[in-house]
Structures are given as C-alpha cells and as structure tokens.
Design a protein around this ligand. Structure first.
Ligand SMILES: Cc1ncc(COP(=O)(O)O)c(C=O)c1O
Length: 368
C-alpha cells in the first residue's frame, strides 16, 4: 500500500501527461514556455484572484513575497511552530525574526486568541517591528482569515497565506490562495496538486505586488533584462512542470471530491478510537494529510507497519525546538498545545485512489 499513490493517478492520465511533455520537447521552450502563462491564468481563475506567478518551489513562493514587501532584519513575522520548516525558514533567511504562536488543539492552525496578544507584546517591547502574519493552512484546512485579516488591519500588517498544503481547499466559499494579501502554494509531488519535481505558485490581487514579483522571479530584472532594478532570485517554474500540472489540473476537482470520500470513511470508522481531524463548518479541507491523534501512537504505527501500511509523522518536532531556530531562544513548554500534538499525531495513507477495502483494513488494525 502506498502513503500517496502517484502511480494510480499517473495511470489515469498518462497519455495526456506524455502529450503535454512532448509538446514542450517539440517547442524547445523550457523556460517560460506558453504552458507557464496558461497554467497561471487557469489557476488564478480557479483560486479567484487577478494574478498568479508560477515559481520554482513552494519555499520560493513564500520567500519572494517577503522580499517584495522588503522584510529585513528588525522585522517580526508572526507564524505557527507546528508546520514544515520552510514557513519560518524564509523569514530567518531574510534576517527577520519569526515570532511563533501556539496552534489550536482542534484544527492545528494558528491560535487567533493568542495572535493579537503576541503582536501587542512585540510592539510594547519595541525592539522588533511587527510587519507580517503568516498563517499556515495545515494539512489542507484553511486558517481563520476573516479574523486574521482584521487583526492585521488593526496593526498595519500584511498577511501571507502559506497555502502549500491547501490548494483546492475552501474557506467560507472562497478558495485557499485568495484569502490574504498574498498567498503561496507548493506543487511538490505529494501535495494535493503536485508536479513531477519542485514548483510553486504565488497568488494576489495586488498589481503593484505582482509587478515586483515578476521582477524578483528573474533576478530583479527591470524593463531591460540586463538592467536589474533590485535583488531577486532565479525563481521560475519549469515549462515541463507547468505542462504536467496542466494535465493533472483537468482531474483535480474530481480528485478533491474523492479525497472527501476517503476522509469521511476514515472519520466514521475511527472517531470512537482515536482523535480524528476536526474541520470547521465553513471550511472544506483538501486533505493534504489525514492526521489522527493517540497517546500510544508508536504502538499503532508498529502494528500498521507489520501489515505493510505506511504512516508518517507530521511533525515530530515543532519548529521552536529545532536547532535551526536555537537563536530565537524558545524552550520546551513554550507552546504546550503544539508540543502535545507533536507527541501524539500521525498521518494515514491519503490520496484520491485509496480503495475502500484498503481503508477497511487500516481502520480494523487501528481499532484493534
Ligand atoms: C506548510 C508548507 N510550507 C511550505 C512548504 C514548501 O514547499 P516546497 O517543498 O514546494 O518548497 C511546504 C512543503 O512541504 C509546506 O508543507
């Protein structure tokens, strides 16, 4: 059994993927070929924003907006410690300071109740300048953007949505990627919409920001390619990856529905035995992961492994306890909710092609 069965998906659309790749080979347009603009237009429309900027990874899709807003040493960016390292890595890469906020026990997303207090504390202390809130839509469920945007407005901050895991999810009828000033997603192969390598995309309605991002994506280019106007990166998406994503996007909405079916079956079967995911009424999760909680996690994982059922732990060590962020001087006990989650959480196989009988087996083993 696969944790994420990319082969089953490929089998379905192999002809289309091959045809799309062949088109790129025939055109020899490997950088910024027409597939890139086509993908950007299609995904911007799907998300419901004016502009989409394809880029080299989800990490660069987070980094580039921070660069465009001139995030620098002395700036504070508020985010969650219960996420993949890329979220906070890009803040520190620019010399700014990640300020972690504990997460909610039920959704695992940033705890809004603690967010404003933390912003006020940083303001009071006066050493750092609050600039940005970076919520993460963990495991495919959106954070609470109406409230986050309100808080940001009150304090003059911008919001960068880390939608790396939530492309295709909905919040109050709006799509992930459209919920903040700017959003970043990832097309890492295991993501709900994944390519066959590294790629990502930025979404925004802000034309001025869009123009800056287009420049940052190619080494800070100006109107003239060899007169650069700012420091940028090589942040482009490969044409071949765009071509693959175009093929996969055709079946994406159907796959979102299939993911719902898988999640529902898990939750119905497991809710009496383990902690199952809680999705807020106004949210539609895209189930990047189906993660459950149990104090005896290791025993369950072992039993599943004996039956050749793969599992994964996202995330065994919250960011505030990782060596990479030792300079921030956080310690064990600073974020008790996420620390407890890290001890109990693990994820089950989750993809659109998981068969009912495979799920029955997983559920049976966990219950026993
Ligand atoms: C929450 C989150 N942010 C950012 C990223 C970075 O994306 P990428 O691996 O495409 O650079 C990931 C990828 O795993 C992620 O899960």
């Amino acid at each position: 059994m696969q944790f994420i069965d990319l082969a089953a998906q490929q089998k379905r659309i192999r002809n289309k993927i091959e045809a799309n790749i062949l088109n790129v080979l025939n055109s020899n347009s490997y950088i910024n070929g027409p597939e890139v603009a086509e993908l950007e237009q299609k995904l911007a429309r799907f998300v419901g924003v004016s502009y989409a900027i394809g880029c080299s990874s989800g990490t660069d899709a987070l980094l580039m907006p921070l660069m465009a807003y001139d995030i620098k040493p002395g700036d504070a960016v508020f985010t969650t410690p219960f996420t993949f390292i890329a979220t906070a890595e890009v803040i520190q890469l620019l010399g700014a300071t990640p300020i972690f906020i504990d997460c909610e026990k039920d959704t695992f997303n940033i705890d809004i109740g603690k967010l404003e207090k933390s912003i006020e504390k940083v303001k009071r202390e006066g050493t750092l300048k609050p600039r940005c809130i970076m919520p993460v839509d963990l495991f495919g469920q959106c954070a609470d953007y109406d409230e986050i945007n309100e808080i940001a407005k009150r304090h003059g901050l911008f919001v960068l949505e880390d939608a790396a895991q939530s492309f295709g999810a909905e919040y109050k009828g709006r799509r992930a990627g459209s919920l903040a000033d700017v959003a970043a997603t990832s097309f890492f192969p295991a993501k709900p919409l994944g390519c066959y390598g590294d790629a990502g995309m930025i979404f925004t309605d802000n034309k001025e920001l869009y123009d800056k991002l287009i420049s940052i994506r190619v080494h800070g280019q100006g109107v003239d390619k060899y007169n650069n106007v700012r420091i940028g990166i090589n942040g482009r998406i490969d044409t071949i990856q765009a071509a693959i994503l175009l093929a996969k996007f055709e079946i994406f909405e159907e796959e979102i529905q299939l993911r719902q079916n898988v999640a529902e079956k898990y939750s119905t079967g497991l809710s009496k035995s383990v902690g199952v995911p809680f999705v807020k009424k106004h949210n539609l999760s895209v189930w990047a992961q189906y993660s459950i909680l149990h104090p005896e996690r290791d025993k369950i994982i072992l039993k599943l492994k004996e039956a050749n059922i793969p599992t994964a732990i996202y995330y065994p060590k919250p960011l505030h306890l990782q060596d990479a962020f030792a300079n921030l001087k956080y310690k064990q006990g600073d974020f008790p909710v996420c620390e407890e989650l890290a001890r109990e959480i693990f994820s089950l196989p989750m993809h659109p092609y998981l068969e009912e009988k495979q799920q029955d087996k997983i559920i049976r083993i966990i219950i026993s």
